[in-house]
Design a protein around this ligand. Structure first.
Ligand code: FAQ
Length: 308
């Protein structure tokens, strides 16, 4: 009998391997993943609201069909991520309860209102764009189920980003009124999009440990810079102006310098005091209550063994 090779958690992390649900893992690693994956899942679900509000008002059948499919994709991402969180031993109903009662967070970005049709294209372009920059490295995260979920999610987010860009391009190259609407949307969403990457590295309490554990592969500020560098040329193609007077190409760094993000605003929104926090949660709690009969019917059907 050959002795079985025992691989410790530390070895897996050091070898850039994957930790799987039944492997031994430190309690704090498990808790950190539950926190991040649940926040991510909640973001996908709450994130359906700003765009969902425009499904009935899309300007054409084609745009409506695209938007319906996109919002439905976000629901799928949320369900995928709840399933990934469940592999860590938590219950989906408990996670939803934590969302509904404000004990767990979701991304700050979804607490801003979508005021015009141009916001829909801008969300696809900027919010999905930021999500991709943040999430592509998560495909290599140390926890297997989360990393694998990210692969498919990133493919869909890439498609979302392109459709947003295309939609906004139609507006920015349309009538002067449409162009102004596109510019107004960019003016309102630019800074909140930069806040999606989290607090600055100097004030990010979770970064050090999450990086050591291979959950985070790049820091908040590194990814924020990557997003700016990716997006500035795209704004030029759209013919729109990024609302930042300090934006300037830095030859030495080979990157764009940009102005100060208002992290006090981020803290306010994360603390529940953003423009739409109360509305978003109230809407979610209402939808959950109205859907209770569907879950009850599904449970009853499952309990009957699927018999008629
Ligand atoms: N909003 O120590 P750090 C999408 C919290 S994309 C709210 O730096 P960490 C797609 C943070 O949780 C959006 N809270 O934390 C879509 C922590 O909380 P704690 C979702 C924020 O975890 C597109 C505290 O502040 N994407 O949904 C935010 O190391 C279009 C201290 O921060 C993900 O969730 C924020 N912006 O880094 C859907 C990606 N920033 O400790 C629909 C996965 C920070 O008090 C339509 N998550 N916090 O519980 C991550 O990569 C990380 O969790 C970060 C934060 C980078 C967000």
């Amino acid at each position: 009998v050959y002795p079985r090779r025992v691989t410790t958690f530390e070895q897996v992390i050091e070898d850039l391997g994957r930790v799987e649900p039944r492997d031994a893992m430190p309690d704090d690693y498990r808790a950190t993943l539950i926190r991040q994956i649940a926040q991510h899942a909640h973001s996908e679900i709450i994130g359906m609201q700003p765009e969902g509000a425009w499904i009935t008002r899309a300007p054409s059948l084609r745009r409506k069909a695209i938007l319906l499919a996109k919002v439905q994709d976000e629901a799928g991402h949320g369900l995928y991520l709840y399933a990934a969180a469940e592999t860590l031993g938590v219950d989906r109903a408990d996670l939803l309860d934590a969302l509904h009662t404000g004990r767990q967070k979701y991304s700050s970005i979804f607490n801003y209102p979508s005021l015009t049709w141009a916001d829909v294209g801008t969300i696809g372009w900027l919010v999905d764009g930021a999500a991709i920059v943040n999430q592509v490295p998560l495909c290599r995260c140390s926890y297997g189920p989360y990393a694998r979920a990210m692969v498919r999610i990133c493919k869909e987010e890439s498609f979302h980003q392109r459709q947003g860009f295309e939609s906004l391009h139609a507006l920015s190259h349309g009538t002067p009124e449409q162009h102004a609407m596109a510019q107004d949307a960019l003016d309102r969403w630019w800074w909140p999009a930069l806040m999606m990457f989290g607090p600055p590295d100097s004030a990010s309490p979770n970064s050090e440990r999450s990086t050591a554990w291979g959950i985070k592969r790049f820091s908040n500020d590194t990814l924020r810079q990557r997003f700016v560098d990716m997006t500035v040329p795209q704004a030029a193609v759209l013919g729109l102006r990024i609302p930042d007077d300090d934006l300037a190409w830095n030859e030495e760094r080979g990157s764009w310098d940009f102005g100060e993000v208002d992290f006090a605003e981020l803290a306010e929104v994360v603390a529940g005091r953003g423009p739409c926090n109360a509305e978003r949660i109230a809407h979610k709690v209402r939808a959950d209550a109205e859907g209770a009969w569907v879950r009850e019917a599904a449970d009853a059907y499952a309990a009957s063994g699927g018999a008629r």
